[in-house]
Write a protein that binds this ligand. Structure first.
Ligand SMILES: *Cc1c(COP(=O)(O)O)cnc(C)c1O
Length: 454
């Protein structure tokens, strides 16, 4: 008897030869990045203390395709191409006519999509003669991914890890140390940015904005060190395009095409990785696709933030970028999807929302864990708490198909597994997860502090 396939696999030769750059196909360019002092667009020289020139070039490139260097493609072979699954058992559990697919990025060495850019960034820094990288990490996925990539290319790494996750996820620190990196809790006593926060809030649980400020300061004040960011920036989003490019090829194998794409958004990189290659097809006259971005109700930059120029960090050291933001002074509550606790959103994702290419939605963590547990029991893989937001978004769309009696193809990005996050599941089962909504008055205060840009 013929059985229907549950996964679509590509061989290593099908790893994309180039990254896809959405900037080539957008009907209008995103607003420029501004220097915080002069409020003029930044030039390459302004960014040179922080990034190697190759990455600065990618940041502003409007080329459609940028070739993936051979050493990076070779590193990708360790886990790419990643599988595309058809979630047949989830479809049955939901009794939906929808065809649900998910791209699984949890097969990477560190269990998420993050190595797709970590390997590229480590490569370009090594090529530029950099000896050491400073970075921040939320839940620890980025820190462990950069530690892994730096070990591949022989670089030192210092990771500033958001305090709440540092305490909740000790194994992530152990993983970074295993790969040879140093990891400390942020805010720390080691930088001016960290000391300033601790002076005012000695019990600060930290935030990505604070940790970014510490890592940027570290890199800016040391000759041998550059800064590395795991999300938000254009070049990071572009490196993640291998996800969507592979998915396009896998949908050809499946003889299908997504009607709806769903991803979770923290800084926007895994979402962009799966969605931008499909949005590019649409912008070049190809098939239409609805694209849904799911964010946590406790940190809803896209659905409740303001589209404005803001700093990327709390210490206000970074250039100004136009994005959906809750204000760089906003410190989100300590909910479990640590990777989604960022006050802003990638400028390119924000721009896509303004252009109506992307629909944002927000769900609470309890709703997302409920969906994640349903998914685990049907599909076997236990998603990261961040990925549960994408699962929730896909389930909502599948149930809508059932209500309307139509079969649509839904693709979502299962951006990572939850093996380091089982405490979050324990808390969920014990009924200890709060329904966290963000604090309106704190956001109002943080937004009142936005930099004045005409
Ligand atoms: C870091 C991370 C996120 C959030 O970052 P994005 O740039 O929005 O993708 C989401 N999921 C996982 C598993 C992560 O590691």
């Amino acid at each position: 008897m013929m059985t229907e396939p549950t996964k679509y696999l590509l061989d290593e030769n099908a790893i994309p030869a180039a990254w896809y750059n959405l900037q080539a196909d957008l009907p209008s360019p995103p607003p420029p990045v501004l220097h915080p002092g002069t409020l003029q667009p930044v030039g390459p020289d302004d960014l040179a203390p922080l990034f190697p020139m190759a990455l600065i070039g990618q940041e502003v490139s409007t080329e459609r395709e940028i070739e993936i260097p051979a050493p990076v493609r070779d590193a990708y072979r360790a886990w790419r191409p990643t599988p595309l699954y058809r979630a047949r058992r989830l479809e049955q559990a939901l009794d939906t006519p929808a065809r649900i697919y998910y791209k699984y990025e949890g097969v990477s060495p560190t269990g998420s999509h993050k190595p797709n850019t970590a390997v590229a960034q480590a490569f370009y820094n090594k090529e530029a003669g950099v000896a050491r990288l400073a970075t921040e990490t939320g839940a620890g996925q980025w820190g462990s991914s950069l530690a892994y990539a730096a070990a591949l290319f022989g670089l030192e790494v210092k990771v500033y890890m958001v305090r709440v996750s540092f305490d909740q996820k000790p194994y992530r620190k152990a993983m970074m140390e295993t790969y040879g990196a140093t990891c400390i809790a942020s805010p720390s006593e080691e930088t001016n940015a960290g000391r300033a926060v601790l002076a005012e809030h000695p019990d600060s649980t930290g935030s990505l904005g604070i940790a970014i400020g510490e890592a940027v300061e570290d890199a800016a004040t040391r000759e041998d060190t550059k800064y590395s960011l795991g999300s938000v920036l254009n070049h990071v989003l572009m490196h993640q395009s291998v996800i969507g490019r592979e998915a396009l090829a896998q949908f050809e194998l499946a003889n299908d095409y997504p009607d709806i794409i769903v991803g979770c958004t923290g800084g926007g990189s895994n979402f962009s990785g799966i969605a931008f290659p499909f949005i590019g097809e649409k912008l070049r006259g190809g098939r239409d696709v609805r694209v849904v971005a799911v964010e946590p109700a406790a940190c809803p930059s896209l659905t409740r933030g303001r589209y404005a120029y803001d700093f990327g960090d709390t210490a206000n050291l970074t250039p100004l970028v136009k994005m959906h933001t809750l204000g760089s002074a906003f410190v989100p509550s300590g909910f479990h999807a640590g990777g989604l606790r960022y006050h802003g959103m990638a400028p390119l994702v924000s721009h896509c929302v303004e252009l109506d290419l992307v629909e944002p939605t927000a769900y609470t963590q309890i709703e997302c864990f409920e969906a994640g547990v349903l998914f685990s029991r049907a599909e076997s893989i236990i998603p990261a708490p961040e990925a549960n937001h994408a699962v929730k978004g896909a389930v909502v769309e599948a149930l809508r198909c059932k209500e309307e009696g139509v079969s649509r193809a839904i693709l979502f990005n299962l951006c990572g597994h939850g093996h380091f996050d089982m405490q979050a599941y324990t808390d969920y089962f014990a009924g200890n997860l709060a329904v966290e909504h963000y604090d309106e008055s704190e956001v109002a205060m943080a937004l009142a502090g936005l930099p004045a840009v005409a």
